[in-house]
Design a binder for this molecule. Structure first.
Ligand SMILES: NC(=O)c1ccc[n+]([C@@H]2O[C@H](COP(=O)([O-])OP(=O)(O)OC[C@H]3O[C@@H](n4cnc5c(N)ncnc54)[C@H](OP(=O)(O)O)[C@@H]3O)[C@@H](O)[C@H]2O)c1
Length: 264
C-alpha cells in the first residue's frame, strides 16, 4: 500500500534508538524527509549514519533534551532550516518512571513530566503553526498502556500517560478544523534499551531472578504471548501519520499484543 507521504517532512524525537529509530527508518523507506533527535551526540550521529546507509533517505540529527524548552525551540528551527517546514511530529523521546508509591520521588516524577508531558506539549506548540498554515499535519504521541490501566508499579508513568491521553484527545478536537490529526500509540512491553535499563526493578516486581524470566512474565501478560518489537510500534505510528489515516484523529491505538484487557 502506498502511504501517500512521499516528500513529507517529519520530526521524530528520540529517533536515536528503539521505537523512534524504527519509526524514522520506516518513514525514510516511504520517502519522508526526517529529522531525529536525542540527547547523546555520538549515539545520534551513529543512528543518522545507520539510517542513511540502510534506506538511502534524507535524515538529519539534532541534539535536543526534551526537558528544556530552549532545546525544543532549537530542534524545530533546525528542522525548518533543513526541511523547509514540518508536516509530521512524532513525540516519542522519553523514559519509563516505574516503582511503587513507597519509592516515589518528587524529583524523578518532575523529570518524567518535564520530558513527556511538557516536552510533548511544547513540541506541538512549536510545530502547530506550520501545520495549521499548510492545512495538513500529523501528530503522534508515544504514550503507554499504564495511562489507561493503572498499575501500582507504573504509578509515575501512568499519571503522566493519563495526562497525555487527555492532551491527545483535546488537541485532536481543537486542531481538526485545520486538518491536523492528533493520535497516540500505547505500547505495552517492547524489547528496547529502555526495557533493559529497567530490568532490575522488573525482576523485583515480578519476583524472578533473571532478566530472561522477567521477559517471560512480561510476555505472558500479552494475548500474543510475546513482547513487542520496535518495528511493530513504528509501523502503527507511520500508518497514523499517513494519507491512508486521513479520517482518524483523537485515537490512542493500543499497540501491545493484547496486553490491555479493557474496552478502550
Ligand atoms: N519499551 C517499552 O516497553 C515502552 C512501553 C511504553 C512506552 N514506551 C515509550 O516509548 C518511547 C520510546 O521508548 P523506547 O522503548 O524506544 O526507548 P529507548 O530505546 O531508550 O529510546 C528512547 C529515545 O528517547 C531519547 N530520550 C530519552 N530521554 C530524552 C530526553 N529527555 N530528551 C531527548 N531525548 C530523550 C533517547 O535518546 P538519548 O539516549 O540520547 O537520551 C532515545 O533516542 C518512550 O517515550 C517510552 O516511554 C516504551
Amino acid at each position: 500500500m502506498d502511504l501517500g507521504i512521499k516528500g513529507r517532512r517529519a520530526i521524530v524525537t528520540g529517533g536515536s534508538s528503539g521505537i523512534g529509530f524504527e519509526t524514522a527508518r520506516v518513514f525514510l523507506e516511504e520517502g519522508v524527509r526526517v529529522v531525529i533527535t536525542g540527547r547523546k551526540e555520538e549515539k545520534l550521529k551513529k543512528a543518522c549514519d545507520d539510517l542513511a546507509k540502510r534506506t538511502g533517505g534524507e535524515v538529519h540529527g539534532v541534539v535536543a533534551d526534551m526537558t528544556k524548552e530552549s532545546d525544543i525551540v532549537k530542534m524545530v528551527a533546525f528542522a525548518k532550516q533543513k526541511l523547509g517546514s514540518v508536516d509530521i511530529l512524532v513525540n516519542n523521546a522519553g523514559q519509563m518512571y516505574s516503582g511503587r508509591f513507597a519509592a516515589f520521588d518528587d524529583k524523578e516524577m518532575q523529570t518524567q513530566l518535564d520530558t513527556k508531558l511538557f516536552g510533548f506539549m511544547r513540541a506541538i506548540r512549536a510545530v502547530y503553526p506550520m501545520m495549521k498554515a499548510q492545512k495538513w499535519g500529523r501528530i503522534v504521541n508515544t504514550i503507554g498502556g499504564a495511562g489507561k490501566e493503572p498499575d501500582p508499579y507504573m504509578f509515575g508513568s501512568g499519571m503522566t500517560n493519563s495526562a497525555l491521553l487527555n492532551l491527545t484527545k483535546s488537541l485532536s478536537t481543537e486542531f481538526g478544523e485545520d486538518n491536523v490529526l492528533v493520535n497516540a500509540i500505547c505500547p505495552g512491553w517492547v524489547a528496547t534499551d529502555l526495557w533493559v535499563r529497567n530490568t532490575e526493578g522488573m525482576k523485583k516486581e515480578f519476583g524472578v531472578a533473571s532478566e530472561a524470566e522477567a521477559r517471560k512474565v512480561a510476555a505472558k501478560k500479552n494475548a500474543l504471548g510475546r513482547m513487542g518489537k520496535p518495528e511493530e510500534l513504528a509501523n502503527a505510528t507511520v500508518f497514523l501519520c499517513s494519507e491512508r489515516a486521513s479520517y482518524i484523529t483523537g485515537v490512542s491505538l493500543n499497540t501491545d499484543g493484547g496486553r490491555l484487557k479493557g474496552l478502550w
